[in-house]
Design a protein around this ligand. Structure first.
Ligand SMILES: [Zn+2]
Length: 311
């Protein structure tokens, strides 16, 4: 019986993705993660505000289902890794703040390991997704990598000369790089932040304002490109802002490849091609890197939670 399997979870504000994984190693490095079992659950909502206790209970339920399935796969689970959005202290196993989960100063690792009887580690979701893309995804083998995740918010992971940049708690907060002056207010307290113009949420809001429809999202914008001038205008404005921030980042970092992940990256070439055009038109100092969409898609967080726990 292998004792090297593990359970990994990616806990988001709307869903919880869990997998039972068996790593394959080559010379000590993890080169693959075989999926033995998977569970996808809705994140419990407690009315207007997230119910932190109910979410912890649901995480326990998903973990137990995966742990129970280990026997039939003839593996035993050595650890559980959990990726969460928010301010995470991985060393302490605590989540200081996760607004989407209703958690403030929750000792998640200690609480879950007491319930499950297995060591638990907690990680930041974007750090996990970046690690996954760098190790097993579209950034594999790239020494100078910028992985940008665009969904409700925008965040990045930076790899310079093969090493992840982890300085301070804000490294990679691309969404809060100012791109407009004067700019719109951002919930972070600054104005003109990239996230206010180019996140999936911001794009949906801008299209709603332009069309007077309150039921539209960034997906509707992408679907209407080329047929609705309002959608084209919203998309152009978001891409201008994104190109502005990325030009700054690649000039500073000497980026060799940009990996675009998160929900907005599902736009594919409608996102990549015009972004590349803008960077080529503007860059005079930086060499415009390859731009590709994420290789692991919605699994990046869970794969990264596994890798971070194994690492
Ligand atoms: Zn901001």
């Amino acid at each position: 019986m292998s004792t090297d399997a593990l359970v990994a979870l990616d806990v988001g504000g709307t869903s919880i993705r869990g997998e039972l994984l068996r790593p394959a190693r080559d010379a000590g490095e993890v080169v693959d993660l075989e999926v033995l079992e998977r569970v996808l659950a809705d994140t419990p909502r407690g009315g207007a505000e997230p119910d932190g206790d109910a979410i912890l209970d649901e995480i326990e339920r998903v973990c137990k289902a995966l742990l129970d399935s280990a026997t039939s796969h003839r593996v035993s689970v050595g650890a559980v890794g959990v990726a969460v959005p928010g301010v995470v202290d991985t060393a302490a196993g605590a989540v200081h703040l996760a607004g989407n989960l209703g958690w403030r100063d929750v000792p998640v690792a200690a609480e879950l390991s007491a319930r499950l009887g297995v060591p638990v580690r907690v990680h930041h979701d974007v750090a996990c997704a970046g690690l996954a893309e760098r190790t097993l995804g579209a950034g594999r083998g790239v020494r100078d990598l910028l992985a940008v995740f665009i969904g409700t918010g925008i965040a990045a992971t930076l790899t310079v000369a093969g090493m992840p940049v982890t300085g301070g708690h804000h490294a990679g907060e691309l969404g809060h790089v100012p791109v407009r002056e004067p700019g719109l207010p951002c919930p972070c307290g600054q104005t003109g932040c990239l996230e206010v113009y180019a996140s999936a949420r911001a794009i949906g809001r801008a299209y709603a304002a332009a069309t007077g429809r309150d039921d539209v999202t960034s997906r509707d914008v992408v679907a209407a490109l080329g047929t609705d001038p309002a959608a084209d205008a919203v998309w152009d404005d978001a891409l201008d802002a994104l190109a502005h921030a990325l030009l700054g980042a690649i000039t500073l970092l000497g980026t060799e490849r940009i990996v675009l992940g998160g929900g907005l990256s599902l736009a594919g070439d409608a996102l990549v091609a015009p972004l590349r055009e803008r960077l080529l038109a503007r860059a005079r100092v930086a060499v415009v890197p390859d731009i590709v969409t994420a290789g692991l898609g919605p699994r990046a967080g869970v794969v990264g939670a596994a890798l971070a726990t194994l690492g």
